[in-house]
Design a protein around this ligand. Structure first.
Ligand code: OGA
Ligand code: NI
Length: 329
């Protein structure tokens, strides 16, 4: 796997003293950030007790089921990933985005579509670790070491959450792992510079994540919004938590019982924002289809190899849930 592109440009623009947003970033009227709810009852799950007690685990499975049915999104706390490691990951990500352009140009992409977003990002695979880490940025100097450690800890957490999700569907706990032949793992460092006209742009357009689950680390700046009952809700940052959202492959496997939620990010005029999503997925060659245990009558989705799904998504861009909708029978 190669290093995937860094879309450079927005920070560069802002640093050069821009006061108006260039036309290419301006969203159509319907696409602009509009009214948003600030929901206090957004699900927050405490994983602490369930790591050691089977009774607590059963309770957590039912909380996860409820969160998956109602939102497809939840935050986890007491997840076991050390706070010091989270701090280190956030520092190296910030340092990376602060590198001079000549250094970041090594990862530059000319992809046009993403220029519409008020976001710079570096994205790369995390597996197989021993091979891929030699392709990761070598600056900042601690990038490879911190990211190897961080991606491993977050992968283990993701495996635990996927077991709970399997159980919440009344499937054996290793069902998803087996159906997806293990996993793929891709992470991104998203950087959203403060914007002189934040109401005209989006940090990232509405989309659902293609994989199994994403574990997103956000800093203290609000910006992530999730669609719930056709309205946008802002996900208030909780320090050291992860935001977990279901991806399209879980919607397919669950035969539409669970939905991958649409989400987007907005920006603001006063502060930069950074987020680090770790996107888990089936292994690239897995054929993903609805679990026969969950199909009554006929399946809702056609099967598709995950690698092809991702290729379609990358070719067609982030736009609502168009790849998933194309698989509906
Ligand atoms: C993503 C994403 C949201 C955010 O990278 O897929 O949805 O808050 N990011 O950065
Ligand atoms: Ni996303």
């Amino acid at each position: 796997m190669e290093i995937l592109p860094l879309h450079l440009g927005v920070k560069n623009l802002v640093d050069s003293g821009l006061h108006k947003v260039p036309d290419i970033y301006i969203q159509s009227k319907e696409g602009r950030p509009n009214a948003v709810h600030r929901e206090e009852s957004f699900p927050v799950l405490d994983l602490g007790a369930a790591l050691n007690s089977s009774k607590a685990r059963a309770a957590l499975v039912s909380q996860i089921r409820e969160a998956c049915v109602n939102w497809g999104f939840f935050q986890v706390i007491n997840h076991g990933v050390p706070h010091s490691l989270v701090d280190e990951m956030q520092s190296v990500a910030r340092e990376f985005h602060a590198l001079p352009n000549e250094e970041k140009m090594r990862y530059f992409s000319t992809d046009i579509e993403s220029r519409m977003s008020w976001r710079d990002f570096l994205r790369h695979s995390c597996l197989p670790l021993s091979e891929i880490q030699n392709l990761w940025p070598d600056k900042p100097g601690s990038y490879r070491k911190v990211t190897a450690n961080y991606s491993t800890r977050v992968r283990n957490l993701a495996k635990f959450i996927l077991e709970l999700i399997s159980e919440s569907l009344d499937l054996p706990k290793d069902y998803i792992d087996k159906a997806f032949n293990g996993c793929s793992q891709v992470m991104a460092l998203n950087f959203y510079p403060a914007c002189p006209e934040p109401d005209l742009v989006l940090g990232i357009a509405p989309h659902s994540d293609p994989g199994s689950i994403t574990l997103l680390l956000q800093d203290h700046v609000e910006g992530l919004q999730v669609m719930h009952g056709n309205e946008w809700y802002s996900v208030k940052p909780i320090p050291y938590s992860f935001v977990v959202n279901l991806g399209d492959q879980i919607q397919i496997l669950s035969n539409d019982k669970y939905k991958s939620p649409e989400h987007r990010a907005v920006v603001n005029s006063s502060e930069d924002r950074m987020s680090i999503p770790v996107a888990m997925g089936p292994s690239w060659e897995s054929l993903v289809l609805p679990a026969s245990e969950l199909v009554e009558g006929s399946p809702v989705f056609k099967p598709m190899v995950y690698r092809d799904y991702m290729a379609a998504m990358q070719a067609g861009g982030l736009h609502r849930k168009w790849v998933l909708d194309a698989l509906r029978i």
